[in-house]
Ligand binder design. Structure first.
Ligand code: HEM
Length: 418
């Protein structure tokens, strides 16, 4: 759906109310058209940022870590210098060390390796769908989208079943760091100051660290095939073992990065299908093309609104002087609606090809779990769509209060199954 136009003087990408209402798209359109490198003041003490909204600019920035570094952190928050090493994950590491850390698990996320999990995924998707369809009325997020990605991750990490709901809760709290319903301690709040040594300034990060360490101790020097065993027993190719905090933050990132995002992608996709019945019909008739449809689901959903970089030198962009040290925010969601790149970008076209969306980023930090997320989505929709005779939304959809994740909290639906 085409968004309501917004005038440039009303654009404010730091206003979380707008994101909670799902109305950021009009702001992105205005910025791409009128001010593609737009200075934005922050209201929680942040130093402000340049909002970059055009596809080509975002791609250029993401692919140029020498000019736009990740090492000064990649969310809007600016962690104090003294805590940066403690909090640094692969996301906030550049250069050869980044590559070495990435390669530690990269091949485990390759399509060939992931194919080993196909039977497991099909079984899990069938169980998720059949359990949900026992009732007609449900919250789609709770019943279908939320637990499925985390159950997959639990399998990859080889954690016991009773931990799964804990993992979901941790993911919610961390990613919902700016939403009072999710976060025990709201980012930017007085109370969060005492947790600034932890990722997202959240006490939950410590719980995740502790759990990761327990697993690591159990699996050190073992021959486990799970991701934790690989993290503790493999040596990065630069020969430098993972330091304790590097392990902690890697483990935390795996839990956080893969769950909310995939959940959101699934929920948004279903919402898009309800809003576009012709596309739902197309998918019913072309289940064999679900893999192609997933790319459009990902573009349309844009589960991650942005990631941040920091300029390492002065650079000019669309007539604006970006200074060394300035925060530069790549609005991937906006790039995914760039009319210079995608024809009719607000239309859901499941057979869109090519579909070079930027939902997983574009540079050296491109999502490591992209193949997994695609695989999970394909199998879920291949399982779910043939079981739906009719589906409608029965109540208000509510969103996560965040300009980082494009998240759906509640999505009431009625599904008549067949
Ligand atoms: C639809 C689901 C997902 C979306 C939309 C998503 C999106 C992203 C984005 C935008 C980035 C940063 C890219 C950049 O800065 O250029 C990223 C990085 C990352 N993602 Fe995902 N992600 C998803 C699922 C997953 C899954 C399932 C996992 C693993 C279990 C995962 C693990 C990671 C990791 C480890 C990184 C850091 C990579 C690096 O710094 O080199 N993600 N993801």
């Amino acid at each position: 759906m085409q968004p309501t136009p917004v005038s440039l003087d009303q654009v404010d990408l730091a206003d979380l109310d707008v994101f909670e209402r799902g109305e950021a798209w009009g702001m992105f359109d205005t910025l791409r058209r009128e001010d593609p490198a737009h200075w934005t003041e922050e209201r929680d003490g942040g130093s402000g940022f340049w909002a970059v909204t055009r596809y080509d600019d975002i791609e250029r920035i993401d692919k140029d870590p020498e000019t736009f570094t990740s090492t000064k952190f990649t969310n809007l928050e600016e962690p104090p210098e003294e805590f940066q090493e403690r909090r640094r994950s692969i996301l906030e590491t550049d250069g050869p060390r980044h590559l070495a850390m990435r390669k530690l698990l990269m091949r485990d996320f390759s399509p060939a390796q992931l194919r080993r999990y196909e039977d497991f995924l099909r079984g899990l998707a069938a169980l998720t769908v059949e359990t949900a369809l026992q009732q007609e009325e449900m919250d789609f997020v709770d019943a279908i989208a939320a637990d499925y990605p985390i159950a997959v991750l639990a399998r990859l990490l080889d954690t016991p079943d009773e931990m799964t709901s804990k993992l979901v809760g941790w993911g919610n709290e961390i990613i919902g760091f700016s939403d009072p319903e999710y976060a025990r301690v709201l980012i930017g709040s007085e109370e969060a100051q005492q947790y600034r040594h932890l990722p997202f300034s959240s006490p939950v990060s410590q719980e995740i660290y502790d759990y990761g360490r327990t697993l690591a101790a159990e699996r050190k020097d073992g021959d486990g095939e799970d991701l934790v065993s690989k993290l503790v027993n493999r040596l990065p190719e630069d020969g430098v073992p993972l330091a304790q905090e590097q392990f902690d933050n890697y483990f935390l990132l795996l839990i956080v990065a893969g769950n909310e995002t995939t959940r959101q992608a699934i929920s948004h996709s279903m919402k898009a299908l309800i809003d576009n019945p012709d596309q739902l019909q197309w998918l019913r008739e072309h289940t064999d093309k679900t893999q192609v449809a997933v790319e459009e689901f990902l573009r349309y959903a844009s589960p991650v609104y942005h990631f941040r970089r920091t300029a390492t030198r002065e650079v000019e962009l669309h007539g604006k002087q970006i200074k060394a040290g300035d925060k530069v925010v790549m609005w991937f969601a906006s790039g995914n609606r760039d009319e210079a790149k995608f024809e009719d970008p607000y239309a859901l076209r499941l057979d869109r090809m090519p579909n070079d969306h930027m939902s997983f980023g574009k540079g050296p930090h491109t999502c490591m779990g992209s193949n997994l997320a695609r695989f999970e989505m394909r199998i879920l929709f291949e399982t779910l769509i043939p079981r739906i005779a009719d589906i409608e939304q029965t109540g208000e959809l509510t969103r996560v209060r965040s300009n980082f994740v494009n998240g759906i909290k509640r999505f009431p639906v009625r599904i008549v199954s067949q």
